[in-house]
Design a protein around this ligand. Structure first.
Ligand code: AGP
Length: 370
């Protein structure tokens, strides 16, 4: 097994480090040579059928659902079609409004998650077309869906999903752009602008990975606490949820993810002297709002780590206890970068606490029971 870890101490660390490759592999062959359009020849859904879709449901579990929350932002922003996201284990029990004009997108690394599979079947029973985003060719989800986009993250062994999540984000960016382009919602210039930013992501991830040691220190200080908060707005909130799940899953430290503006409606009562808060501030138009939310937590004694875009360092240093900066990309693409420091913080916190990073207690890699 050691050889398979390619010199890394754990599969999780290996898989975190494989993300630049996973991004390149998932994009390869799907972006035209001139970088101006997306090609997804694997899709059977026609341009005419895509034009007829008037609502989208994204259904998944855990980390895959968190990728779907980013996917909602991507599709709504690029295609301007309303998107709902749902927990797969809830979906089929709440009589969702599914019509033949609904596209249901199921997201699953393994393609074998029982709740996701049951949601897929329910959607098809109600007449919807189902698109699967999965990492496993030939999995149940891949076989049963009407359309499939395979993420090329490679096998993911660690229970905590990392490269599968981030590759799912790439799949959503590609699909959102493809859809927008075939129905004429984005022109060629807009599509190529996003595509060129996407092609820069692998190198940008490498820059973040090179700073892993900084995050190790942060993780070690967090590991002494029993509870912490992740806050963000817009897609940063979706990433905050993923950061919180990852930390709980492998470090067993309680954490909650909050839409930063929602803190003052109750949760702020839990912030006390020394409570760690990880604040994501990658959305420039929400930056000032985030600063005031951070102030609210600082006033109650929070110990805040700010995750910011490059260029904000000197300014954010005045408002937080520590910061970590990530390379700049388009606002919609930031989750593909901002999740990396959160994955590393979880990994190092689990390591500092002496837990089994790759096989956390009570959890299975693929949940095949409902
Ligand atoms: C991720 O770290 C978790 N282990 C878990 O939430 C996982 O994402 C979920 O069980 C869904 O799995 P799937 O992607 O294989 O369907």
């Amino acid at each position: 097994m050691t050889a398979e870890k390619a010199g890394f101490d754990h599969f999780m660390l290996k898989e975190i480090n494989e993300q630049p490759k996973a991004y390149r592999d998932t994009m390869r062959g799907r972006i035209s040579e001139d970088g101006r359009s997306v090609a997804l020849p694997e899709l059977k859904i026609t341009a005419e059928q895509l034009k007829g879709i008037n609502r989208v449901h994204i259904v998944a579990c855990g980390t895959a659902l968190h990728a779907g929350l980013v996917g909602k932002n991507v599709i709504e922003s690029l295609v301007r079609i309303p998107v709902e996201t749902d927990v797969a284990s809830e979906y089929r029990y709440r009589s969702p409004i599914i019509t033949p004009d609904t596209l249901v997108i199921v997201v699953s690394q393994s393609g074998e998650t029982a709740d996701t599979l049951a949601a897929l079947r329910e959607a098809q029973r109600c007449g919807a077309r189902v698109l699967a985003i999965t990492n496993v060719v030939g999995s149940s989800v891949a076989r049963e869906a009407d359309d499939v986009i395979i993420t090329l993250a490679g096998p993911e062994i660690a229970v905590a999903s990392t490269k599968a999540y981030s590759s799912q984000l790439i799949a959503f960016f590609l699909f959102g752009l493809y859809w927008a382009q075939v129905v004429g919602k984005q022109d060629e210039a807009a599509v190529s602008h996003v595509l060129s930013a996407m092609q820069a992501l692998p190198e940008q991830v490498e820059k973040i990975l090179a700073q892993a040691e900084v995050l190790k220190e942060v993780a070690e200080s967090i590991s002494h606490h029993s509870s912490l908060f992740f806050i963000g707005r817009g897609v940063d909130y979706a990433v905050a949820m993923e950061g919180s799940l990852k930390l709980k899953e492998i470090s067993y430290i309680h954490s909650e993810a909050y839409a930063a503006g929602e803190l003052k409606h109750g949760t702020l009562a839990l912030i006390e002297e020394g409570t760690p808060v990880i604040a994501l501030l990658t959305q420039e138009e929400l930056y000032e709002k985030m600063l005031s939310n951070i102030k609210e937590t600082k006033a109650r004694g929070a110990d805040v780590l700010g995750i910011v875009n490059e260029g904000h360092e000197s300014e954010i240093a005045k408002s937080v206890d520590r910061y970590f900066s990530i390379p700049r990309t388009l606002p919609l693409l930031t989750p593909a970068l901002s999740v990396i420091p959160l994955q590393l913080i979880s990994y190092y916190a689990s390591l500092a606490l002496g837990h089994d990073v790759d096989k956390p207690r009570n959890l299975a890699k693929s949940v095949t029971v409902e």
